[in-house]
Design a protein around this ligand. Structure first.
Ligand SMILES: *[C@@H]1O[C@H](CO)[C@@H](O)[C@H](O)[C@H]1NC(C)=O
Ligand SMILES: *[C@@H]1O[C@H](CO)[C@@H](O)[C@H](O)[C@H]1NC(C)=O
Ligand SMILES: *[C@@H]1O[C@H](CO)[C@@H](O)[C@H](O)[C@H]1NC(C)=O
Ligand SMILES: *[C@@H]1O[C@H](CO)[C@@H](O)[C@H](O)[C@H]1NC(C)=O
Ligand SMILES: *[C@@H]1O[C@H](CO)[C@@H](O)[C@H](O)[C@H]1NC(C)=O
Ligand SMILES: *[C@@H]1O[C@H](CO)[C@@H](O)[C@H](O)[C@H]1NC(C)=O
Length: 488
């Protein structure tokens, strides 16, 4: 082994030297850019100038149309939701649907395996209206079905279609332990042509879950969207498809197979979260990719997402931020404070981390692995994304703060989200970057614009406007990123 390596080195000394020089030059350039932009941010920037430029450019973004009838943009009324539940567990899970369902605004139904028990009669008006699924034992394929319950679930899409709702562009399916972020969903679906066949969703976080079924299957708990014409076509063919696949034991895989037979592949969209994970998912929720946050599933199988709250309280707490500004919810914004050599990573409406070190975004984008995979016996690589391991090194471990409250600035033009320390970090300060301890900081207040929403795929930049030396409260202010600002 070692002799092969030395032979190669002897054969191509110029190549290795060249490569070495090139990589040194590149890393030198990267370091130069990093230091130039990080440590000398231009200070002649006027936020209002940038805003007015964006406003002037705005009308140009309207797509050209071939005729002068512009169909209205997709809105909440164009979506019908199908929630799959079961009467046995509804008692424990109804708070999750109630967290996002807007009575008389969101359209759709909860499909149950049987009629509501007396404790849910009359059916509360703040719940989605219920329907009872058809009995699959009457189907011809019934004797060959390995899991009739899964057939009931997949047929929900067809039964939802048969409700006959009018003016529907999208059907969105989810489980009763899924929380959906409806405003963000509307924004994402509005970007797709609802007149075409679309199957939009996301696979699992875990490599093994995807490997066991399909990397191109939407995991139903995460929620997925089907365009109206696709559901129309599927509804006509679903029972015939079930006859082809009665041996499949997972409804999501049955749907994937039936849609594949119709020639329709999955359109992967980040932001749907199956959460095939256990324990503490705060690391994942603190480093969300730059896509609108669309759903959260398996709330009962992970720790409450906020420490010191129970699960439904924690979800309702997150919904307060979702109501204030869904477009920024869990969007990660990173800024640096040069006088202390600290990095701030903010997951808007959820958490804020302080690192006593300047850590590049390419690293901070990787979630801290606070969680474990669903399958205990899974072997690495475990996840569909890169992670960082937890560290006991004061230069790598963050100080962690979670959302406490939401308010408005005195002028009313800023949303103020306040994050408080989860617990003392319990590590000595990072001496290598100047020994500046963040231990005294008890609160972080983040000011974000109340009047502008974040564009999908957009980003914010931020400044530390007050380190809080007098009161131990650090203030961070969001602003639009400058045109030439290095965000790397
Ligand atoms: C929804 O609308 C119906 C009929 O207009 C009304 O009776 C009901 O109280 C409303 N429910 C809620 C929760 O607003
Ligand atoms: C949407 O798709 C339909 C069907 O393919 C097509 O007729 C229509 O032109 C498309 N609309 C846009 C805005 O692309
Ligand atoms: C969660 O906490 C809330 C508020 O304290 C309480 O009303 C609710 O019963 C709790 N839920 C559970 C499952 O303990
Ligand atoms: C920041 O960290 C560098 C080492 O990365 C150190 O040389 C410098 O003195 C530190 N700056 C301050 C203000 O402590
Ligand atoms: C860092 O600060 C601590 C007090 O917070 C002090 O005990 C320690 O000696 C300092 N270390 C260095 C290298 O300055
Ligand atoms: C800020 O924190 C320091 C260190 O924990 C503490 O001594 C001081 O009293 C705090 N100041 C305020 C205003 O709370």
């Amino acid at each position: 082994m070692s002799s092969t390596v030395s032979i190669q080195q002897n054969l191509s000394p110029l190549l290795s030297l060249g490569t070495l020089c090139k990589s040194l030059a590149i890393s030198g350039l990267v370091l130069f850019l990093f230091y130039t932009f990080l440590f000398n941010p231009p200070n002649n920037y006027q936020p209002s100038d940038l805003l007015s430029t964006i406003k002037q450019k705005w009308p140009i973004n309207i797509p050209p149309t071939t005729n002068n009838i512009i169909p209205p943009t997709t809105n909440i009324n164009h979506i019908v939701f199908g929630i799959v539940g079961s009467m046995n567990t509804w008692k424990y899970k109804n708070s999750y649907s109630a967290a996002w369902w807007q009575p008389n605004i969101t359209r759709g139904y909860l499909f149950l395996d049987r009629a509501p028990t007396p404790e849910f009669q009359p059916w509360p008006s703040n719940f989605p209206p219920f329907r009872v699924n058809e009995d699959v034992s009457k189907l011809r394929a019934f004797p060959r079905m390995v899991r009739p319950m899964q057939v009931r679930i997949v047929r929900t899409i067809m039964e939802l279609f048969r409700q006959g709702d009018k003016n529907v562009r999208w059907y969105v399916m989810a489980d009763d332990d899924t929380v959906l972020f409806v405003d963000n969903l509307v924004g994402v679906l509005a970007k797709y042509n609802h007149s075409k066949y679309y199957y939009i969703g996301s696979n699992s976080e875990c490599v093994k879950s995807n490997f066991d079924f399909s990397f191109d299957m939407a995991f139903g708990g995460a929620g997925y969207a089907l365009s109206y014409p696709l559901v129309e076509a599927l509804a006509a063919k679903l029972d015939a498809c079930i006859e082809r696949y009665p041996y499949l034991y997972v409804s999501d895989f049955m749907l994937h197979s039936c849609l594949a037979d119709l020639g329709v592949p999955l359109t992967h969209h980040k932001g749907f979260h199956q959460i095939d994970l256990v324990n503490d998912i705060s690391g994942l929720l603190s480093a969300h990719p730059q896509f609108p946050f669309l759903s959260l599933h398996h709330i009962d199988t992970v720790d409450p997402i906020f420490p010191s709250m129970n699960r439904s309280e924690a979800i309702n707490h997150l919904m307060k931020a979702a109501k204030a500004d869904q477009s920024r919810l869990l969007q990660q914004t990173i800024c640096y404070h040069r006088p202390t050599n600290w990095s701030f990573s903010i997951s808007w409406g959820y958490s804020t981390y302080i690192y006593e070190n300047i850590i590049p975004r390419s690293i901070l984008w990787r979630p801290l692995e606070t969680f474990r995979p669903w399958a205990r016996n899974a072997r690495p690589p475990l996840y569909m994304f890169n992670t960082r391991w937890l560290s006991n090194n004061g230069c790598e471990a963050p100080h962690v703060f979670f959302l406490d409250s939401i308010g408005r600035s005195d002028e009313g033009d800023q949303i103020v989200t306040t994050y408080i320390r989860k617990s003392a970090r319990g590590l000595p300060p990072c001496s290598f970057t100047g020994n500046h301890s963040a231990d005294p900081i008890t609160k972080i207040q983040v000011f974000s614009p109340a009047t502008t929403r974040m564009e999908a795929g957009g980003r914010d930049c931020c400044d530390i406007v007050n380190m809080g030396r007098s009161n131990n409260i650090t203030e961070v202010k969001y602003r639009a990123c400058m045109k030439d600002e290095v965000i790397a």
